[in-house]
Design a protein around this ligand. Structure first.
Ligand code: ZN
Length: 340
């Protein structure tokens, strides 16, 4: 068999069996300070898929940064077949400012596939597409809840592709949401190129949440095993992920201060009380009822709401038994990994 070729990213050539950290130059800060996009490449000796794992496209969603850091420390990578391209912080500008956005308030994940002559977000998106995505066969992008919201570990993917479905199941998060593609998102641009990609969501922004980090790391490794990049492992009996039927946000029915003791992963029946919204004087109290039977896959952790604010992200499943199974899986995992 002919020897495997090297891979080139930026102006760095990585030989088979080697790993390298590459700083891809992007637009300087106005202080004249150079800005780079840090990329770490593990180029296996043997042929195999080329997988990108990216995080912090939203600069304040840092759980993925920790997932990538732990992934790159795994001794298991010595037996890698194919190539892992890790980009722990895609939106470096937002990461510095602890912000979701670029300095001009643009959302990088609405700026793909981007253009070299466009806005800073568009320029960064284009670099990411040309230098990373164009060289890959598969991708995983990692996010967390935004705007004071926290998410149950979940995969968002378009399941009409059998390859995406196979990888989504291999990831092993409790929930899979068959999510439509957002315009100009990385996922849309990658899928348009015919490259299967998963989006993993877990935890909240600007925090390290141990449970979503542990589920995410295990999930990325499981996908790499499924792709044949890492050795297969005898799996103990696992609870399969549940593909939820639909999801909907439960919104505040009045403005006020919210009281709730409903953790992520809770199963609620239709018309069950999810929260009470009170006013600061204490004269009025409004109950927030579940509009349908479902499982809480996202929630607001700031107790101050205006009427109409999204409070709980509720998912319905095919059966009550499916919901109970996800809930048991979440409970079992969070007891092992610590609540996050
Ligand atoms: Zn995000």
């Amino acid at each position: 068999m002919p020897a495997r070729k090297s891979i080139t990213i930026g102006d760095v050539c990585v030989k088979p069996g080697a790993r390298a950290t590459i700083d891809l130059p992007i637009a300087r800060l106005y202080t004249h300070t150079e800005m780079n996009l840090p990329v770490h490449v593990v180029h296996g000796k043997k042929e195999g898929p080329v997988l990108f794992v990216s995080a912090a496209i939203h600069g304040d969603e840092i759980n993925g940064v920790e997932i990538v850091r732990r992934l790159l420390k795994l001794k298991l990578l010595k037996s890698l077949k194919g190539t892992l391209i890790a980009i722990p912080i895609v939106n470096v500008y937002g990461f510095i400012n602890r912000s979701r956005y670029l300095p001009d308030r643009r959302d990088l994940n609405r700026s793909f596939p981007g253009s070299y002559s466009g806005s800073l977000a568009s320029h960064l998106a284009r670099i990411f597409m040309n230098e990373i995505v164009a060289k890959c066969t598969h991708g995983i992008d990692i996010h967390s809840g935004s705007s004071n919201r926290t998410n149950l570990p979940q995969i968002r993917a378009t399941l009409d592709s059998p390859e995406v479905e196979r990888l989504a199941n291999a990831f092993g998060a409790p929930v899979i949401v068959n999510a439509r593609l957002r315009d100009n998102s990385l996922r849309e641009a990658v899928i348009d190129m015919g490259i299967p990609m998963l989006l993993y969501e877990g935890g909240e922004s600007l925090r390290f949440n141990e449970h979503p980090i542990a589920v995410g790391l295990k999930g990325v490794v499981s996908v790499m095993r499924e792709l044949g990049m890492l050795p297969k492992k005898e799996r103990k009996k696992v609870i399969p992920s549940i593909v939820v039927k639909s999801t909907s946000w439960v919104r505040a029915n009045k403005s006020g201060i919210i009281h709730s003791a409903l953790p992520l992963g809770s199963v609620v029946k239709k018309d069950q009380i999810m929260a009470c919204i009170v006013d600061p004087i204490g004269d009025h109290e409004e109950k927030l009822l579940a509009p349908f039977e479902g499982i809480v896959i996202g929630s607001l952790n700031l107790p101050l709401v205006h009427k109409g604010d999204a409070i709980f992200h509720l998912a319905s499943a095919e059966s009550h038994q499916d919901l109970e199974e996800i809930s048991d899986m979440v409970l079992a995992e969070s007891m092992v990994n610590g609540r996050g």
